[in-house]
Design a binder for this molecule. Structure first.
Ligand code: SF4
Length: 417
């Protein structure tokens, strides 16, 4: 048996921070204490917060459905509405849960997802967020607005940043109309400053895993990134990451092993498999293998945000985002991470219903393996649809991969008994 994972003490503060956020959202939706905006994960959250909106992130809600392993109950409900089994299972599980009248937010006193006054997407990640939001827009007869971003961006061109900046500028009066308030430039700059500070602290937290042994792993990161996602632009996120960083630095000084006997270090590319986080974390740990870094957790490092130039720096962060880039910049980014974290091998998650955040299908694993001289593994799965994931197959593949890595490095990746 693998040694039990030692949970971070900060998890208590994390739960409190997230619960307070959900309660504030519920208060806005149910007592009308603030207008409610829905925002895609890397949409213009800072702008919405500066305008006084309570901001709901449906991808966070969908991830809760996945992590709670209830998503598969809801998928058929959306499929019956004509939403294909092949499209984003975040979208289909979320819409299915709405139609079933169920939500994990009920644990925080909400009666389902908060009804939106406006839904704001950014297609920098995929078209699915727009389709998802338009479903709710029709349901509630409320406006759906957003940014149509360039995709497959190579080297970022100023014209692309100009385009997104103009789209953001055009959103401002529309959102002011819904909020019933003018955008206050000082408040906007403060929201951008708060987002930048939290992003910087989150980056420092992630980088503690450059140490050997790593004090926390990708699987911890997927949970502890919650405030970076839902509290972008709010002061509470930085408050939480100061607490987490202090604990991770203590762990590092003490030589704490997140994975007891860490022998191998991996990089994870692609979406998490929310319903199997714990199982995968345990399996890798059994093989003394730490997944120390990921594209996913790094995607909420938004270093270009600048309070002195709020709109344009938001536009630049949006265009530069990993998921919006072509394979060249993506590969260069992963190469830098492999170097920085001392990575022995890369796991690519081929996410069945999210081709947008899957990098396995156009030869990238092979190219990186040849260029970097390290093995890669493609794991079949899905972000929320567990019918696409086989525990047995994944375990067999991981075991074979660890053996291959261990042979290559001349170390023992044997199981801990
Ligand atoms: S990036 Fe993938 S998982 Fe996220 S909303 Fe788009 S299709 Fe769904």
């Amino acid at each position: 048996m693998a040694a039990p994972r030692a949970e971070l003490t900060s998890t208590g503060a994390l739960r409190d921070t997230m619960a307070a956020y959900y309660r504030t959202l519920g208060d806005a939706a149910e007592n009308k204490s603030a207008p409610v905006a829905w925002c895609s994960s890397v949409g213009p959250a800072e702008l919405l917060r500066a305008l006084g909106f309570a901001v709901h992130f449906p991808e966070n809600h969908a991830a809760m459905l996945g992590a709670g392993r209830t998503a598969n109950r809801y998928l058929p409900v959306a499929h019956a509405q004509g939403y294909s089994q092949d499209i984003c299972s975040y979208l289909t599980s979320d819409i299915g849960a709405y139609l079933a009248g169920e939500s994990p937010l009920s644990a925080f006193g909400l009666h389902g997802v908060p009804r939106a006054d406006v839904l704001v997407f950014n297609t920098n990640q995929c078209r699915d967020v727009r389709d998802w939001f338009e479903w709710y827009g029709r349901q509630w007869n409320v406006p759906v607005v957003g940014i149509n971003s360039p995709r497959s961006v190579g080297d970022v061109a100023e014209a692309e940043v100009d385009d997104v900046t103009s789209q953001l500028e055009a959103l401002v009066p529309v959102l002011e109309g819904v909020a019933g308030a003018r955008l206050d430039s000082a408040r906007f700059a403060a929201a951008i400053g708060a987002a930048r500070e939290a992003s910087s602290l989150w980056e420092q937290c992630l980088k503690t895993a450059t140490h050997r042994p790593a004090p926390f792993t990708f699987f911890d990161g997927t949970i502890h990134m919650g405030p970076a996602v839902v509290l972008r632009g709010a002061a509470e996120a930085a408050t939480y990451y100061r607490t987490l960083l202090a604990e991770l630095e203590e762990r590092t000084l003490a030589g704490f092993h997140a994975v007891p006997g860490e022998t191998l270090r991996l990089y994870w590319d692609g979406m998490p498999i929310w319903g199997r986080l714990r199982a995968l974390s345990t399996t890798f740990a059994e093989f003394r293998t730490a997944v120390v870094a990921s594209t996913y957790c790094n995607s909420w490092i938004l270093s270009t945000l600048d309070p002195a130039d709020p709109l344009r720096s938001m536009a630049r962060a949006s265009v530069e985002l990993f998921i919006a880039r072509s394979d060249g910049p993506k590969e260069r980014y992963i190469e830098r991470m492999v170097e920085l974290y001392g990575i022995d091998g890369i796991v690519f998650h081929d996410c069945r219903t999210c081709p947008n955040n899957t990098n396995t299908r156009y030869g990238m694993p092979r190219r990186l393996s040849e260029r970097l001289g390290i093995p890669t593994l493609v794991l079949d799965g899905d972000v929320n649809d567990l019918r696409c994931f086989s525990d047995e197959q994944a375990r067999t593949n991981i075991e074979g991969f660890v053996e291959q890595l261990s042979d290559a490095r001349g170390v023992s990746g044997r199981r801990e008994n």
